[in-house]
Design a protein around this ligand. Structure first.
Ligand SMILES: [Zn+2]
Ligand SMILES: [Zn+2]
Length: 97
């Protein structure tokens, strides 16, 4: 008898913990998507979409934010190619005088 009661309490505890964990993983910014990125600026997990779109907009990410660093690194390693008509004065050369 006592054994059975213990088993039921244990089940309830597991259920509550899982429930809390599920609530925690919902992004607090949009309250829709799954929070999967820990953002140091908000101090909690937010979803990947908000991390990408709100970063440096409404979220003031510190420089040690892993995702901010990754984004900056990506921008640096994928520079926008300069179109030929965007190069100022392509035929002008500067000769040392
Ligand atoms: Zn979100
Ligand atoms: Zn961040």
């Amino acid at each position: 008898m006592a054994k059975l009661r213990n088993h039921r309490t244990e089940n309830r505890k597991v259920f509550l913990e899982r429930h809390r964990w599920l609530q925690k993983t919902i992004c607090p910014i949009c309250n829709k998507r799954r929070a999967e990125r820990y953002c140091p600026a908000t101090g909690e997990k937010i979803c990947a979409v908000d991390c990408g779109t709100e970063r440096e907009v409404t979220i003031d990410c510190p420089t040690d934010c892993a995702y901010l660093a990754a984004a900056h690194h990506w921008e640096q390693s994928h520079p926008k190619p300069l179109a030929e008509n965007e190069i100022p004065f392509p035929h002008v050369t500067f000769s040392a005088t």
